[in-house]
Design a protein around this ligand. Structure first.
Ligand code: FVH
Length: 292
C-alpha cells in the first residue's frame, strides 16, 4: 500500500525480528516509516519495501512525532536514545523490561519533554499484522498518548490499555510470559520422559496440546481461591492427594534417566503449603506462600 499523508508517520528504532515485523505492518497499512538499526544492513529489506532509513537514532527521532522503540532490553533503549532530542515526541517503548525499568524510563522520557507509553507485546513476530492470530500489546502510561495513537497502534496487533502506571504493561507482560515459561518447563520435562522410548514426538505433541488445553480453565480456580473468602470450588484434586503423588513423578523421572530439576521446586512448594496450612493464619494458597 503506498503511504498516504493522512496517516501518522512512524519512526521505528530497532529492526530485530520484532521491530522488522512491526515496520512491515505499518508500511503495509500505508504509514510512512523511518527506521534505524545499530547494524544498518538489517534495514535493507525494509528500505526496498518503502521505508526511509536514518543514519543515526537521533536523526530517526527527528524525522517524525511518533517514535516506537523495539530493542533488546532497557539498557539498549538508554544507549540508543542517549543523544536524541525527545522534546515534544510521543515515545512508545515496546522493549520488554521490568515494571521498575518502565517507570524509571517513563520519568526519564518526561524529563526530556516526551510523552511516554510503555508496551508489552503478547505476540511473536509471525503474528504481527495478522489480526486473526490474536496477538495484542499491553500499553500503560499516558492515556492521552494511547488515545491519540489508538488507530496506528492497532495496526500491528490488538491493543489493551493497562492503566496510567507505566509499569503496569510490563507487569502484565512478564506475568503472562512467566506462566508461559512454567508451561514450557512442563513440556520440556514431558518430552524428556518419552525421549528414549518408542513414542512418536509428533503424536505425543498432539496429546500434550490437548491435555494442556483441557487444564487451562484451572486458572479460574486459582483466582477463586485468591478472591474474597479465599475458598476454592469443590476440591476435586486435593493438595494432600497431589503431594502424596509426587514420589511417582520423581521415581518415573529417575527411571527414565531424566533430571527432576524442573519439577522439584514446584513439588517443594506444594509440600510446604500442605504442611503450613494447618496453622491459624497460615497461607491457604501456594500463591500467597510465594510472597514470603
Ligand atoms: N521475538 C519475539 O518472539 C518476542 C515477542 C515478544 C516481545 N519480544 C521483545 O521485543 C524486543 C525485541 O525483540 P526481537 O525479537 O526483535 O529481538 P532481536 O531480534 O534479538 O533484536 C534485538 C534488537 O535490539 C538491537 N540492539 C541490541 N542491543 C543493542 C544496543 N546495545 N544498541 C543498539 N541496538 C541494540 C539489535 O540491533 P542489532 O543487533 O541488529 O544491531 C536488534 O535491532 C525484546 O525486548 C523482546 O523481549 C520479542
Amino acid at each position: 500500500t503506498p503511504h498516504t499523508d493522512d496517516k501518522t508517520p512512524v519512526t521505528l528504532l530497532g529492526l530485530g525480528a520484532m521491530g522488522t515485523a512491526l515496520a512491515r505492518a505499518w508500511l503495509a497499512a500505508g504509514h510512512s516509516a523511518t527506521v534505524w538499526n545499530r547494524t544498518p544492513a538489517r534495514a535493507d529489506a525494509l528500505a526496498a519495501e518503502g521505508a526511509r532509513t536514518a543514519d543515526s537514532a537521533a536523526a530517526a527521532v527527528a524525522a517524525g512525532p511518533l517514535v516506537v522503540v523495539c530493542l533488546l532490553d532497557d539498557a539498549s533503549v538508554g544507549e540508543v536514545l542517549a543523544d536524541a532530542d525527545l522534546a515534544g515526541k510521543d515515545v512508545v517503548n515496546l522493549t520488554t523490561c521490568t515494571p521498575g525499568q518502565a517507570r524509571t524510563r517513563a520519568a526519564w522520557a518526561r524529563e526530556r519533554g516526551a510523552r511516554y507509553l510503555d508496551g508489552g507485546i503478547m505476540a511473536v513476530p509471525p503474528m504481527i499484522g495478522q489480526p486473526e492470530a490474536g496477538g495484542y500489546v499491553f500499553y500503560s502510561g499516558s492515556c492521552e498518548l494511547f488515545d491519540r495513537h489508538r488507530e496506528v497502534l492497532a495496526v500491528p496487533a490488538g491493543t489493551a490499555y493497562a492503566g496510567a502506571d507505566p509499569g503496569s504493561a510490563a507487569l502484565h507482560d512478564v506475568a503472562l510470559l512467566s506462566a508461559m515459561y512454567g508451561m514450557f518447563a512442563g513440556v520440556t520435562h514431558a518430552f524428556a520422559l518419552i525421549r528414549r522410548e518408542d513414542v512418536d514426538p509428533a503424536e505425543f505433541a498432539g496429546l500434550l496440546a490437548d491435555w494442556l488445553t483441557a487444564m487451562i480453565p484451572m486458572v479460574h480456580g486459582v483466582a477463586a481461591e485468591l478472591g474474597v473468602g479465599g475458598e476454592s470450588e469443590e476440591d476435586a484434586s486435593s493438595l494432600a492427594m497431589q503431594v502424596a503423588g509426587t514420589p511417582t513423578f520423581l521415581d518415573t523421572a529417575r527411571q527414565q534417566g531424566v533430571s527432576p530439576e524442573l519439577l522439584t521446586p514446584y513439588f517443594e512448594l506444594m509440600r510446604r503449603c500442605l504442611a503450613e496450612r494447618t496453622g491459624e493464619g497460615a497461607p491457604r494458597s501456594m500463591v500467597d506462600l510465594l510472597l514470603g
